[in-house]
Design a protein around this ligand. Structure first.
Ligand SMILES: Cc1cc2nc3c(=O)[nH]c(=O)nc-3n(C[C@H](O)[C@H](O)[C@H](O)COP(=O)(O)O)c2cc1C
Length: 585
């Protein structure tokens, strides 16, 4: 607490003192001490305002607090304020930071007044969401003899409703018996206790109350009062409930996830986080996520991150992090601010998707693509040019055939190098999110039909107009490839391709069957693809089949190869359909 922040936060009379000397007294306290100007109070000793018998125990408490043996202590004393009759009072003291110095704040709680009497202490509305209560330990059934304004605000009860009663009147039908028993036992044993339990406001609404009860002894060491702190922690409870639900899901999530508090201190990490980063939950909790920081981003990157999330917005970026082992890894990170019902940010939830592999694959593909498309194509063109020259200038049939064979092979090489462009397309299209309706799917087939006028392409469709699939551009790629495959692999006669669109019910799937009269895809080639692995001994000859397989599986679908009737091969795609009214486009 600093001098400026101390002043407006508490309205019960209090003083701040260092080494027993008062350095600050708030207005209610100045009024309590006889309406004197601050100068008359500042510099005097707190003990000057209490009966002689209370002075020594009070000094001992201050010593305990300044040597950090306790965080809060209370003492029932007789207060002797100037211009007032002596009063029974409880002094609550706790250490505070006063402009960088360790000081003690002592608050005077008036426990001498009954509910109807005019209070001696000046009190004003207190904004803090904490209630303070004092109960008489010597009276039958420990009745309350003091309640603060904070208590009245939290509970909705007037002071006159509360004083004189045992505080159990806050309990109700859903208050659990365990915390109540814990309080009962602690009070009987004259010990401190903190419990969180369901209490009820004057209007009958439930709230979660975190209650701390501390025994207060008099100068003879006898417990005369119990001091109670009430804190409405309903929002915290709600958050804990939601957090438990979140953690249950996050525990099984395949992505690294963690939650920090508003200051960025990690409160929870899931098992995938431990696996990805190498930090165990025990090592990560309490740390700032900067344990993952690499030197690959500059300060302005992190400034922008904090600016975004503290403004309540979601932040999504790729960045390079560092594992516990020192190894760098690339992630796509999403940070979502979590707000309470009042719109205040209380936590941040982060999801990290490891994209090191994807980034690496992307780079490799770029390089292969560049080499194949530019370097290889240039060489192919040169070879093709010379082969044509040779064909024209050579005389012998054998030599002409050889030159033609060179031309033919170079053209095939050229087509192959063009195909690699499609791999890049596939990677890029994978991330698209838009929905594709039936008419668009039909337009893909129409496009291919126009591209291959030499083929006879028929279409049979029994699918209703309402269906949609995700990211049809991948399906477009698969359809184009399948049709081209069929056309290319028809050695003689006209290529015929029969396409059938239908629906299956359980699960609802769009079925696209593409049957051709070509030479047929060799089963061995297809097996390599469905086993998803090329080995030196088993490899498929073309890129086209791979493209079809990758595109359909990226859509969450399946591809089957069959050979029946007069057809060379029949490819069947089965694709999940989505309800266009539900899915986000
Ligand atoms: C100072 C003080 C404050 C208390 N504050 C609360 C409270 O806010 N909510 C509550 O349910 N019980 C509170 N209690 C506890 C009840 O008064 C009571 O001790 C508890 O219900 C167990 O006793 P019983 O089994 O006789 O009811 C407080 C007790 C004391 C002495």
């Amino acid at each position: 607490m600093t001098p400026t922040s101390a002043v407006p936060t508490q309205r019960d009379p209090f003083v701040i003192h260092i080494d027993g000397e008062i350095v600050y007294a708030n207005d209610p306290c100045l009024a309590l001490f006889g309406g004197r100007p601050p100068d008359a109070i500042i510099g005097s000793s707190v003990t000057a305002f209490v009966a002689e018998s209370s002075q020594q125990p009070l000094v001992e408490q201050f010593e305990q607090l300044s040597t950090a043996q306790a965080t809060a202590l209370g003492l029932a004393v007789e207060l002797q304020p100037p211009n007032h009759e002596p009063h029974d009072c409880v002094i609550m003291s706790s250490p505070v930071d006063w402009a960088g110095e360790r000081a003690i704040q002592s608050t005077f709680l008036d426990v001498s007044t009954d509910a109807t009497a005019e209070p001696v202490f000046t009190r004003a509305l207190d904004d803090a969401p904490v209630g303070i209560t004092v109960a008489d330990a010597t009276a039958e059934d420990t009745p309350l003899i003091y309640v603060s304004d904070g208590f009245c605000r939290i509970t909705g009860y007037d002071r006159s409703d509360a004083v004189g009663r045992n505080c159990r009147f806050l309990q109700g039908p859903e208050t659990r018996s365990e915390p109540v028993a814990a309080m009962r036992e602690a009070i009987a044993a004259e010990e401190s206790v903190t419990v969180t339990l369901r209490n009820y406001r004057a209007d009958g609404t439930m709230f979660w109350n975190r209650v701390t009860i501390t025994p207060i002894a008099n100068t003879a060491g006898e417990v005369t009062h119990f001091l109670g702190y009430q804190e409405d922690v309903s929002q915290l409870k709600l958050y804990e409930h939601e957090k438990t639900l979140f953690e249950k899901q996050a525990d099984a999530a395949p992505y690294a996830m963690f939650i920090t508090d508003r200051e960025g201190s990690i409160e929870y990490v899931n098992p995938a986080f431990e696996q990805l980063t190498g930090y165990t939950a025990a090592e990560a909790v309490g740390e700032n996520p900067r344990i993952l920081k690499s030197d690959q981003q500059d300060d302005s990157f992190y400034d922008e991150l904090w600016e975004t999330i503290t403004a309540g917005e979601t932040w999504e970026e790729e960045l390079v992090n560092r594992k516990k082992s020192g190894e760098l890894f690339r992630v796509k990170q999403t940070i979502v601010p979590i707000q309470n019902a009042d719109g205040e940010i209380t936590h941040f939830a982060a999801i990290e998707r490891d994209i090191s592999e994807t980034a690496f694959t992307g780079q490799v593909l770029d390089v292969i693509n560049r080499i194949l498309r530019h370097n290889l194509r240039t060489s192919i063109n040169v070879i093709d040019g010379y082969a044509t020259l040779l064909e024209e200038s050579l005389a012998g049939t054998e030599q002409i055939d050889a030159a033609e064979a060179i031309s033919d092979r170079t053209r095939r090489l050229h087509t192959l190098s063009e195909k690699t462009t499609h791999i890049r397309n596939l990677m890029e299209r994978r991330n698209k999110k838009q929905l594709t309706d039936l008419s668009t799917i039909l337009s893909y087939i129409e496009c291919s039909r126009q591209e291959h006028p030499e083929a006879q392409i028929s279409l049979a469709n029994t699918v209703s107009d309402e269906i949609a699939i995700k990211n049809g551009s991948l399906l477009q790629l698969a359809i184009e490839e399948s049709i081209e495959n069929a056309v290319v692999h028809k050695d003689d006669g006209q290529p015929r391709i029969d396409i059938t669109l239908s629906m299956t019910d359980d699960p609802p799937q769009l079925c696209i069957e593409i049957a051709d009269n070509g030479s047929g895809i060799p089963q061995a080639e297809w097996d390599v693809i469905t086993a998803n692995q090329e080995t030196p001994l088993r490899h498929s000859s073309g890129i086209g089949l791979w493209l079809i397989y990758w595109a359909i599986t990226a859509l969450g679908g399946t591809v089957e190869l069959a050979r029946h009737g007069s057809y060379g091969s029949v490819l069947t795609y089965r694709l999940p359909v989505v309800d266009p009214t539900v899915v986000d486009a």
